[in-house]
Design a protein around this ligand. Structure first.
Ligand SMILES: Nc1ncnc2c1ncn2[C@@H]1O[C@H](COP(=O)(O)OP(=O)(O)OP(=O)(O)O)[C@@H](O)[C@H]1O
Length: 278
């Protein structure tokens, strides 16, 4: 559903952030994007939703070349892409429900959104999503009265309001404690599996990434140096991505996780093959 071919990005200060990146995602496939600071992870995600304009290469969503769309066509394509951010990007003084409905602004005309009149279907969907992310009954709480985990749940529900087919997730757990981080990763994986959503998850925590994300893409200085199963991300691969380091602690944790998950069969049951949408 997402095809990225030979993507290059050179910023105006001549920093080359991406050097010929190619990556394909099937419908429902979730990928963890890892790599050192400055490797180009955010640039890659921003090129996909066109917050950044690629210098060359091709990005196609369901066969539609994103470089060739603009104006209302670009807005239509963007509706298929949901964003989840590290810092949640909520409007602090608005309630949970208002934050969710404001995710629909792309769908409602200026005057309707200005008057904050939303249709009953959107409101019903918002209630349903709030219940699904574990926030039933919280619709009238102000965003600034929520914990970090609750805020990220609002961020996730808001991204799903527009019924996207692809999620771009930028450091979703960076501001969360380890337990909440795991709950949030589990929730994202469950929602992707339930709804057949593809996702790219930009994440610094390698242990968390390999625990929840079946496929890992490792970026190094703007190039993909690893693209494969989380289970095969060994010390050699980590060295290619991050450089020389003693990776024993990470790889040990990782193999403990694998043992805990039992056989490959058990892991496959936990993360079933994504449904391929028509
Ligand atoms: N707006 C910009 N203008 C100029 N150069 C930029 C811009 N944004 C990023 N860069 C440069 O592009 C390269 C890749 O940056 P990017 O933010 O994509 O990396 P990253 O892997 O997401 O890093 P981090 O993990 O620290 O967020 C870096 O050299 C960075 O300095």
């Amino acid at each position: 559903m997402l095809q990225i071919d030979s993507l290059t990005k050179r910023y105006s200060n001549s920093d080359v952030a991406l050097k010929g990146v190619s990556l394909n995602l099937r419908a429902g496939e979730v990928v963890g994007l890892i790599g050192p600071s400055g490797a180009g992870k955010s640039t890659l995600i921003r090129c996909v939703n066109r917050l950044v304009t690629p210098t060359s290469g091709r990005i196609a969503l369901d066969g539609q070349d994103l470089a060739l769309v603009s104006g209302s066509a670009l807005r239509r394509v963007r509706r298929q892409i949901g964003m989840i951010f590290q810092e949640y990007a909520l409007v602090e003084r608005l309630t949970v429900m208002e934050n969710l409905l404001s995710g629909r602004l792309g769908y409602v005309g200026f005057w309707r959104s200005w008057a904050r009149r939303f249709d009953a279907q959107d409101i019903a969907r918002a209630f349903e999503l709030l219940a699904r992310v574990g926030l039933a009954g919280m619709e009238n709480k102000r965003a600034d009265a929520l914990s970090g985990g609750q805020r990220q749940r609002v961020g996730i529900a808001r991204a799903l309001m527009q019924q996207p087919r692809l999620l771009l997730v930028d450091e979703p757990t960076a501001s969360l404690d380890p337990k909440t981080s795991r709950q949030i990763m589990r929730l994202i994986m469950e929602l992707c599996a339930e709804r057949g959503l593809a996702a790219i998850v930009n994440i610094h925590d390698v242990v968390l990434a390999t625990q929840y994300l079946p496929r890992i893409v490792g970026l190094q200085a703007g190039q993909i140096v690893y693209d494969g199963p989380a289970a095969e991300l060994d010390a050699g691969a980590l060295t290619r991505i991050y450089g020389d380091e003693d990776w024993t602690a990470i790889t040990r944790k990782h193999s403990d996780q694998m043992q805990q998950a039992g056989t490959d069969g058990a892991r496959a049951a936990a993360y079933p093959e994504p449904e391929v949408m028509p």
